[in-house]
Structures are given as C-alpha cells and as structure tokens.
Design a protein around this ligand. Sequence first.
Ligand SMILES: CC(C)(COP(=O)(O)OP(=O)(O)OC[C@H]1O[C@@H](n2cnc3c(N)ncnc32)[C@H](O)[C@@H]1OP(=O)(O)O)[C@@H](O)C(=O)NCCC(=O)NCCS
Length: 166
Amino acid sequence: MRSDVTLRPLDRTLLTDLLLAAVEDADPLEVMPPVEGPGGWTPERRSAFVRFHESRSLAADRMETTFAIAASGRVVGAARLCPVEKQAGTAEAGVWIGRSHRGVGVGGAVLELLADRARAEGFTSVYVSTTPHNLAVQALMARIGVHLVLDGDVLTARVNLGGDVR
Ligand SMILES: CC(C)(COP(=O)(O)OP(=O)(O)OC[C@H]1O[C@@H](n2cnc3c(N)ncnc32)[C@H](O)[C@@H]1OP(=O)(O)O)[C@@H](O)C(=O)NCCC(=O)NCCS
C-alpha cells in the first residue's frame, strides 16, 4: 500500500484545497450531484460544491463524514462515509480522486484507510455502489475478494469490516 496517502477529516481550509483539486483535475459530475446550466466549473457549480460539503459534512447536524485524500501532502480527492438509513452499522462509501492521480495506487490505499475509519466510527459494513463501466472500482473490490452484484443498472456490494480489508 502507498504509505504517502492519508485521510484528513474535512474542515474549511481543506475544503478550499478540495475545491481547487476538483476544479483542476476532475469533472463536476464525478465529484458532486448534477447542477443545472452550462457545463464545466462555472461559478454556480463551484459554489454548489462548497455548499454540498458544508451542509453534509461541516454543519453541526452533519449527515456524513468526509475526508480529504492527501497524497505526498497534496489534496487529490475526497472520501466519505454516510450512514445508510434503516441499516444500522452500515455506511455508504464514496470516493473520487483527481484524474492525474488515478491508476497509481491511491484508490487502493484509500480503501484500506476508509475501512479503518469506518471501523473506528463503529460501522460493521460498508456499502459500495458503482456503474458497470467503472472498472477501477470493480478491480478494487476483486482485490479484496468482494463480489459486486448487478442491481438494476448499478453494481453494488457490501464489504464486511470484520475481516482485514487488505
Ligand atoms: C475509482 C477510483 C477511486 C479508483 O482509484 P485509483 O487511484 O485510480 O485506483 P488504484 O490506482 O488504486 O487502482 C485500483 C485498481 O483498479 C485498476 N484500475 C485503475 N484504473 C483503472 C481503469 N481506468 N480501468 C481498469 N482498471 C483500472 C488498477 O489496475 C488496480 O487494479 P489492481 O488492484 O488489480 O492492480 C478513481 O479511479 C476515481 O476517482 N474515479 C472517478 C470517480 C469514481 O468513479 N469514484 C467511484 C464511484 S463508486
């Protein structure tokens, strides 16, 4: 596993770095819910990105935990854990990494670190959902021996945190 990859709980300073990483290195649709209007990182979309994280992760009544992913000290993406409603002990995992940092082992390291964080928060399993064309997520799940199942038009899996995610 890459030892230079860390997860840092999101705060306002890291949110500024995260916005920069997203704008420089990711498509809006990879990192936030769709926003009406012209494509690209418009001022409206940048504001929506900040509001999205402020409301979900930085508010007093936050609904999920978000981490800035740092590689060699630089913020390159985000990972989140969101409790799944009516499924006690399960958190949905979400991850994005900037394009120029993909395919070099950051995702694999994040998977292990996020599993550790989920355990520390008291979760016993992590829910993963992706599209059939997302080969990187499929490779990550295959590496830890987890089978993704087609559910409608998405692939889903539940990763049991009882074992070692390595
Ligand atoms: C999915 C994502 C987080 C994976 O992170 P990553 O840093 O690229 O992953 P890694 O470099 O650790 O590679 C993990 C595995 O995927 C494979 N992989 C990476 N990119 C791939 C690609 N484009 N096509 C096929 N396999 C790929 C690697 O070879 C590796 O497989 P291995 O364990 O058998 O060697 C990253 O690609 C990403 O942010 N994508 C955009 C957002 C997204 O799809 N998020 C997930 C939503 S569920």
